[in-house]
Write a protein that binds this ligand. Structure first.
Ligand SMILES: [Zn+2]
Length: 137
């Protein structure tokens, strides 16, 4: 029998699922525990010590190198955003753009897991910017 260890503990169930998906995609068998309790009531997270990711001890080294590997980046579709025409409430100009307030981009695993879970794990803060009067709204 191979020994199963707690590979990592997460305080964010979504993050735990992302890591689990990455490992499963790479052929590393693993599972989460205490996940449902924490998803239902995040206040239990501290009490339970977080969501635990378990895997075989023999896979631990491989799992670590998989997680350290550089994540590719999927750019958000700018076209879809540009299609939303807006007018500046300050000067009435339609010369506005929809820009991402933060530079954070999502890795492919985040996107995949989000789609699977039908949720949006992170809030990409977006804002309209008027190129005429520099107003942001
Ligand atoms: Zn304006």
């Amino acid at each position: 029998m191979d020994k199963i260890i707690i590979f990592e503990t997460f305080y964010n169930p979504i993050e735990a699922n992302i890591v689990k998906a990455r490992l499963m995609d790479s052929g590393v068998q693993c599972f989460l525990s205490d996940e449902n309790t924490i998803t239902i009531n995040p206040l239990y997270t501290q009490a339970l010590g977080g969501v635990k990711l378990h895997l075989f001890e023999k896979d631990a080294e491989r799992a670590r190198s998989i997680l350290q590997a550089e994540e590719g980046e999927i750019p958000l579709t700018e076209e879809a955003e540009a299609a939303t025409v807006a007018v500046c409430p300050n000067c009435g100009s339609s010369n506005v753009g929809y820009v991402q307030a933060t530079k954070k981009r999502f890795g492919p695993f985040t996107v995949i897991v989000s789609l699977l879970l039908m949720i949006y794990p992170f809030h990409a803060k977006k804002t309209h910017h008027c190129f005429n009067c520099q107003n942001e709204f």
